[in-house]
Design a protein around this ligand. Structure first.
Ligand SMILES: NC(=O)c1ccc[n+]([C@@H]2O[C@H](COP(=O)([O-])OP(=O)(O)OC[C@H]3O[C@@H](n4cnc5c(N)ncnc54)[C@H](OP(=O)(O)O)[C@@H]3O)[C@@H](O)[C@H]2O)c1
Length: 289
């Protein structure tokens, strides 16, 4: 029987690339994000009715629901050999992760692999960002990551197998001034991955962190900064993450230059790293404005 993967943040960017990779290998998909219309278009594309995401023409109408998951904001489509379920979820809400988990459980089939990917940032220093916006980012980038690892990880341990890919960043290795909680959240995600690796030895469940540098997805513009020229291709980054996840590696930094550069920079004294980080990020924010 085909395995099922849950992907958060699957309405675009890296999450969409992950969805394409898993779909092309015959996995059933559960895709979550806030934009239900985009998820439905992607479900239609990946389940084979020929529509492309973003062309505004597709809906799950062309794909007949297969299995019991169509309720409320949840829509199912199943054509050809893979099943694609979509769930509208706002993970910046206080109980967003629990709500998503309940909807995944209601679908009634186990999650074999989980890409913990949905995330966002905002160019604003810690003392300037709107407190409500900060709270939402903490729920999205920290609480939901941890809660989904807790809930889905426990099911994987019970079933005796599973793979989790936590999407972190090179900012896990390097300070990220002017982005308030974002850098700390990615260091948290890396550290959580390491903790879970230690805890889950011998359970059949692997936990991997994907730590990309800049990726050309639109994330940076939404956050309020420019992309450097060397920003990576999202399809390649997702493939690196997929391979590391399947191999059960602890973490991966896509791109040899990014990988070597990140490890070399992380050897510098902390004070120097803060100065370099502040200079780099303020230059990227100025460039976008
Ligand atoms: N792009 C980069 O340069 C880069 C570098 C390192 C790490 N990362 C990390 O990689 C992951 C994916 O980023 P990306 O580049 O693909 O960004 P993206 O293109 O902005 O996509 C982000 C995804 O997360 C979803 N999302 C955002 N807010 C959400 C919320 N409140 N609830 C549920 N879903 C939400 C978005 O969908 P909706 O808007 O439909 O909800 C979208 O599907 C993130 O964790 C990001 O921090 C990105």
């Amino acid at each position: 029987m085909a395995e099922t993967v849950l992907i958060t943040g699957a309405s675009g960017g890296l999450g969409l690339e992950f969805a394409r990779i898993f779909a092309s290998r015959g996995y059933n998909l559960i895709l979550a994000a806030r934009s239900l219309d985009k998820l439905q278009q992607i479900a239609a594309e990946l389940s084979g009715d020929g529509a492309s995401p973003g062309d505004g023409s597709a809906s799950t109408d062309g794909a007949s629901p297969k299995g019991g998951s169509a309720s409320g904001d949840t829509v199912s489509s199943g054509v050809k050999s893979i099943r694609v379920d979509v769930i509208q979820a706002d993970l910046s809400q206080e109980r967003g992760a629990e709500k998503l988990y309940a909807e995944v459980k209601a679908l009634g089939h186990p999650v074999d692999q989980f890409v913990n990917n949905a995330g966002a940032g905002k160019a604003a220093s810690t003392v300037d960002i709107d407190p409500d916006e900060l709270r939402g980012l903490i729920h999205l980038d920290v609480t939901s990551y941890a809660m989904l690892c807790r809930l889905i990880g426990a099911d994987m341990v019970r079933q005796g197998h599973g793979k989790i890919l936590n999407v972190s960043s090179t900012t896990a290795f390097f300070p990220d001034p002017y982005f308030n909680i974002y850098g700390p959240s990615k260091a948290f995600v890396m550290s959580l991955t390491e903790a879970m690796r230690g805890e889950l030895r011998g359970t059949g469940v692997s936990v991997t962190a994907l730590c990309p540098g800049p990726v050309r997805t639109g994330w940076a513009e939404r956050a309020g900064k420019a992309y450097p020229a060397m920003a990576a291709d999202p399809a390649k980054v997702a493939m690196t993450g997929f391979r590391a996840m399947q191999a059960g590696r602890l973490y991966t930094i896509p791109g040899i230059g990014t990988c070597v550069g990140t490890h070399l920079l992380s050897l510098l004294p902390r004070t120097l790293r803060v100065m370099i980080g502040a200079w780099w990020q303020s230059a990227m924010i100025r460039k976008e404005r």
